[in-house]
Design a protein around this ligand. Structure first.
Ligand SMILES: Cc1cc2nc3c(=O)[nH]c(=O)nc-3n(C[C@H](O)[C@H](O)[C@H](O)COP(=O)(O)OP(=O)(O)OC[C@H]3O[C@@H](n4cnc5c(N)ncnc54)[C@H](O)[C@@H]3O)c2cc1C
Length: 394
């Protein structure tokens, strides 16, 4: 069986398929390390606190999505979240702990403290552990294989790749997992905007699947991260972790007034910033870009050192200390909410073609909560891996 894409979802799928004894090949556009997942900083959601449960987590997802998420997928996501976390721990991920338990933050749209973190490099830790697990198994790696076409054949699919030297290579597989992420880098380039995304997030695999006959949903629903870095210019397009707001930072207008609930759902917070700037209450960066303030001086030194060390290093390296002065922020193109239609086993509407991670739609409806993407990658990556391996055996 064949997995396409080496972000968290593709790696989770490849590891779980390989562990069922399936013969797995993992193809990816450039290097195995190149992906959005490794850039994820904030964290991953799972209901572990005393006052929380998978049901409350699911209610938060449904409300944040404005009831547009697919309840069957949401139930899978939230009910398997704790076991997905334990699986990642078995693979070597060490989540930040305090007072004998996980250090749980409350993220935008959540009614409980539910966000687990590995400092502020959660995606890096998760992809590293998954990659090492895959590399220690018997699976094949096909770096510098960009999918250009997918066609049905008897008992499976033929995937056509463009390789490093612009040569064409066909790979036949009984089942295929599409884990090639979203399209926000390409979309931002087209719109002339900034994006948080890796340059490989260009979305052609979704187009290839649609051409092969797959169904998609909510493809027009793109998400802006409320807190793109707006200044200094080396931080433009950087996604300031949402955990800054979880640990006390608030959004302020030019008059120093809080103009929105800083821990609201992502779309609401992004819209509030755009509206505030629209009414003339924003500020301008030194290079003339629209922005508002993120008052990061309200974060305690201790919280920042434990949960935001990378963000602090980046800003201080650029000459600004976020614990001593407010920083400029403005929404930035970040995430493709919709994607290929899947069932609970991550199978698309094409038999034998599975999809997981950002390329799939439904789990977040039209508005994803922070921390649920890495979770989706792990939960549905594992499910896709097992189901595609089973399919390949039959
Ligand atoms: C800066 C940033 C911060 C984030 N923070 C968080 C967070 O704190 N918590 C959270 O839950 N989510 C976060 N997200 C979102 C989350 O990280 C991503 O949505 C998720 O990791 C996507 O994983 P994926 O496996 O679906 O895709 P990706 O990680 O993007 O991987 C896609 C893979 O497919 C490959 N590929 C693309 N096209 C082709 C092709 N044609 N042929 C072959 N291979 C191809 C790519 O090279 C890549 O290896 C963040 C995202 C960004 C960008």
């Amino acid at each position: 069986m064949l997995v396409i894409g080496s972000g968290a979802s593709g790696l989770a799928a490849a590891v779980s398929a390989e562990r069922t004894g399936a013969r797995v090949a993992l193809a990816t556009k450039t290097t195995l390390q190149a992906c959005n997942s490794a850039k994820a900083q904030g964290g991953i959601q799972a209901a572990f606190s005393q006052d929380d449960s998978p049901e409350v987590h699911a209610e938060d997802v449904m409300r944040s999505s404005h009831e547009t998420a697919e309840p069957r997928l949401v139930e899978v996501l939230t009910s398997e979240a704790p076991s997905a976390i334990h699986w990642l721990e078995e693979l070597g991920v060490e989540f930040t702990r305090s007072n004998g338990g996980y250090r749980l933050a409350r993220c935008g749209g959540a009614t409980r403290h539910r966000l687990l973190q590995v400092g502020d490099r959660t995606g890096h830790a998760i992809t590293k552990a998954l990659r090492e697990a895959y590399e220690s198994g018997a699976g094949t790696e096909l770096p510098h294989h960009a999918l250009v076409c997918l066609q049905p054949r008897e008992n499976g699919w033929t995937a056509t790749f463009e390789t490093k030297n612009e040569e064409i290579a066909d790979v036949d597989a009984a089942s295929v997992i599409l884990a090639a992420g979203g399209r926000c880098f390409h979309e931002a380039e087209t719109r002339g905007e900034l994006s948080t995304n890796h340059p490989n997030a260009t979305g052609e695999v979704t187009r290839i699947a649609l051409d092969a006959g797959a169904e998609a949903r909510d493809l027009d629903a793109l998400q802006y991260h409320p807190n793109g870095g707006a200044w200094p210019n080396t931080m433009q397009g950087y996604s300031i972790p949402e955990t800054t707001r979880a640990y006390g930072a608030v959004l302020l207008n030019a008059d120093g007034e809080e103009f929105t609930d800083s821990l609201g759902a992502r779309d609401a917070v992004s819209q509030a910033i755009v509206d505030e700037v629209g009414t003339g209450k924003g500020v301008l960066t030194p290079d003339g870009r629209p922005a508002v303030w993120l008052d990061t001086t309200r974060i305690s030194e201790e919280d920042a050192e434990i949960s935001l060390p990378y963000m602090l290093r980046r800003y201080r390296g650029a000459g600004i200390d976020p614990l001593a002065e407010k920083i400029f922020t403005y929404p930035v193109l970040h995430y493709q909410n919709g994607g290929l239609v899947i069932d609970e086993h991550a199978e698309t509407t094409l038999e034998g073609v599975f999809a997981c991670g950002e390329i799939a739609g439904g789990t977040h409806g039209r508005n994803r909560m922070m921390g649920n993407s890495l979770l989706e990658c792990t939960v549905f990556g594992r499910r896709a891996g097992k189901a595609a391996a089973e399919k390949a055996r039959t």
